[in-house]
Design a protein. Structure first.
Length: 77
């Protein structure tokens, strides 16, 4: 098997590993600027998005996040 990589942004499936160390995760979040959503928000967006897509209403995650925050501010969530 050729060990040279064609693309440095790829990996071999056997090489992947789950990152569970909180310090390592924090480092990644700080480096990338991408942070996970709070669990309650993630669940609402996922469930609402699936429901709407099933009905043919193709909303984006950004639209759902904005709606979540609006509804939460209004006390509806």
């Amino acid at each position: 098997m050729d060990t040279m990589r064609e693309n440095r942004f790829t990996f071999i499936p056997e090489e992947r590993r789950a990152i569970t160390d909180p310090d390592e995760l924090d480092s990644i979040y700080n480096k990338t600027g991408v942070y996970p959503l709070p669990p309650q928000e993630q669940v609402w967006i996922s469930e609402e998005g699936c429901r709407r897509w099933a009905d043919g209403d193709f909303v984006s995650t950004d639209e759902l996040r904005a709606e979540y925050h609006k509804r939460k501010a209004q006390g509806k969530i």
